[in-house]
Structure formats: C-alpha cells, structure tokens
Design a protein around this ligand. Structure first.
Ligand code: ZN
Ligand code: ZN
Length: 379
C-alpha cells in the first residue's frame, strides 16, 4: 500500500481512443479493441457506489499485456482511493490492485510472457523502464510508476492491462484464489523484512490488520522471534495463530516500556497515532522503525533517541517486480497464505457490492484476504 502515483504519467491511458492492434498476439476468447468485451465496476466520483459498466480500456501499448481477471483482492487502499482520502484519486476510477488472471494478449514489444500464462498485478502496473531507479532494479521508486488504480484501470473488471514487467508470473502450483493479497500488502511487508531483518532478529509488528497479519506470518516464516502489537485484545489469540510468539497491547505504554532496547526491527502497519517515543525506545542498538502504514499525522522523533543507540527510522512503498517474485517464491516455499475472511453475506462473498463499500460495513481489516471471485460469478 502506498500513496505514490504520477498524475502526469504518459502511460495514463484513460479516455484515449483505441490504437491499432494489428501486431498484437491475441488470445482466442476476444479481440483486442472490441470494447464490448470489457466490463468493470466503475466509481464515477468520490464516495459514490460503483457501477458495473462496459468500458474502453484505451490503447493497447506495444509493451503491454492484457489479462483476463480471475481473482482480485480488496485492499484498504482501494477504499482510500474510492473515497479520495489521499487526494490523488482520478475519476472515473476502476479499483482493484491485487489481481490474478491469465494473459489473453501480448503486445509486440512485451518480453518473456505468453498468452495463457497466469500472472499477478499489484499496486503498480507500469514504470518508465529507463530512469535510474528502473535501470537499477528499483522500479517501484520510479517517478513515473503507474499506480494500477489511479489514472489506470484496475482489476475489479473482466480485464486489466499492465506493462509486461509488472505482470508477475505466478508459480502454477500457487493457490491463485488466495494469491491476491500478497501482491500488494504481502510485498509491502516482505520487502522491509528482506532488506532489514535477519532470521535471528527480534521483530515487532505494529498493527494486526491487512498488512500486519501478513507481516507476522512472513516474519515468523523467516525465522524471526515475532512480537505483535495490537490495540485490540480480541486479536491476541489470532496474532499468535499467525505465528507471533508474544502479543502486547499497543495502548499499554507501561508494558511497552518494559521492552526497552529489545527489537532489531519494528514494522508499523497502522494508520493511527501511537506513543511513538515509547515505541522507538523498544528498539535495540542499531534497531530500526520501518513505516509501511500511512499515518497522516507526523511521527515525532527525538534526535537523541536515534543518535545515542544508532537507531533508524525508515519507510517503503510496495516492492519491485523482482521483490514480488522473490516474495512469491518464499511464500510458496513457506506454504504461506493470507488469512481468508468470509464476508458475512453470501452475495458479498462473490464480490464487492458497491453499497457495501459506500456504507462501510466492510470490517476495518478489509485488506485481510477478502477474495473476490470475479471471473465466473460476475461476468
Ligand atoms: Zn493495496
Ligand atoms: Zn523509471
């Protein structure tokens, strides 16, 4: 999850006429450019119900692939963009950025992918491929990275398009219905673990929601000694089930203080204020507080608490295509799966109902593996 997008992105294709498709390798089920074949749930304005419509996916770029959507996860960032909480939304918007599907068409300049191959698309679906960041493998830091659901048509649809580099091949043995959430939230929490943690480290995960529960599972599978911090005591047992060895209330400052000097890495997945000073005090020398949850209020940090113990404060958005591939390999090896949460209503289980999103009955842990079976039931 992250807030990064490029409003002036040249790859933004909304509302452009369809391009010539003569050089395109097309799948058997439909013809590129035949707009009657594309349907999507469209949000026309902030906080409005989505409407199922026939849509024009715009020009099919030479380096693009087109994907028939089979599964699409629901991440909290979908709701944030739907409601324009970050002020970056572009309407009409098609949400959905945890997409699993099969390639139905490959542009003439797309590399390494073929029709019929199963791929996943996460928060980004394109980047410039020639800037310093792209050329050094950090495509997710590209200034022109294309957010899948801002200025681009996302995965609550029959089809989605992506630059080939951002359509990540999925291991055929993966459970595809469960793979969606790892494509966004999964790599968001896996990337800092891969960058900053060793298997022998003591790791604290702050918040046990959509991101946090995946962070606990990944850190435990990685071999770390995991402490989960949650504001809700009702989640204590659940956190242990995800692999946490210890669980603590993040509101209990006295108990948190007792852990002073303990953690090599803290990953914060929350979007609300916390007693940051006390939390940073739990870091061991050389410890790091890493932020992946979008807290809108500034995090106050005393320079002394960083300097004296040589601590760091850092953050990161999603991961690069290679990081996503590495995470999928690890997830597959560790037999990882995102927690599956059944929605209460049978109909809701088959998809996000526009009214559900607008009225907000989706639980606060909306990103936690609400798997939307789009392909068969919706279309
Ligand atoms: Zn997300
Ligand atoms: Zn770039």
């Amino acid at each position: 999850m992250n807030t990064r997008t490029s409003k002036a992105n040249p790859r933004s294709r909304a509302d452009r006429p369809s391009a010539s498709t003569s050089a395109v390798q097309s799948g058997p089920r439909f013809k590129i450019g035949d707009t009657m074949n594309y349907e999507a749930w469209v949000a026309k304005a902030a906080k409005q119900p989505m409407v199922l419509e026939t849509v024009d996916l715009g020009p099919f770029e030479a380096e693009d692939v087109e994907i028939a959507v089979e599964h699409s996860g629901l991440c909290h960032s979908d709701l944030s963009v739907l409601n324009n909480e970050w002020g970056i939304s572009q309407y009409p918007a098609i949400l959905g950025h945890e997409v699993v599907g099969r390639i139905t068409a490959v542009g003439p300049n797309a590399k390494a992918l073929k029709v019929g191959q199963r791929v996943g698309v996460g928060w980004y679906s394109g980047s410039c491929m020639h800037c310093h960041q792209c050329m050094s493998g950090s495509h997710h830091l590209c200034a022109q990275a294309q957010a899948t659901i801002v200025g681009h048509r996302g995965g609550f649809a029959s089809h989605i398009r992506s630059h080939w580099a951002w359509a990540i091949p999925l291991p055929e043995k993966l459970n595809f219905a469960e793979a969606g959430p790892v494509l966004c939230g999964g790599v968001t929490v896996f990337a800092p673990l891969a960058m900053h943690a060793k298997p022998t480290d003591r790791v604290g995960i702050i918040g046990i929601g959509g991101l946090g529960h995946m962070a606990v599972k990944f850190a435990a599978a990685y071999g770390c000694d995991v402490t989960a911090f949650t504001s809700s005591e009702s989640k204590f047992e659940e956190a242990k089930g995800f692999g946490a060895s210890h669980v603590l209330s993040s509101k209990d400052s006295a108990a948190v203080k007792k852990l002073a000097g303990s953690f090599d890495l803290l990953i914060s997945t929350i979007n609300v204020k916390l007693d940051w000073d006390t939390m940073i005090g739990t870091l061991a020398p050389n410890g790091r507080l890493h932020v992946v949850g979008v807290v809108l209020e500034p995090i106050p940090v005393s320079a002394f608490s960083l300097i004296a113990q040589q601590r760091s404060l850092s953050g990161s958005p999603t991961g690069s295509p290679v990081a996503i591939e590495r995470m999928l390999d690890f997830a597959f090896t560790a037999q990882y799966r995102a927690a599956d949460r059944a929605l209460p209503d049978e109909q809701d289980q088959r998809g996000i109902r526009p009214t559900s999103i607008r009225q907000g009955p989706l639980p606060h842990r909306a990103g936690r593996g609400f798997l939307i079976r789009l392909a068969n039931e919706f279309f």
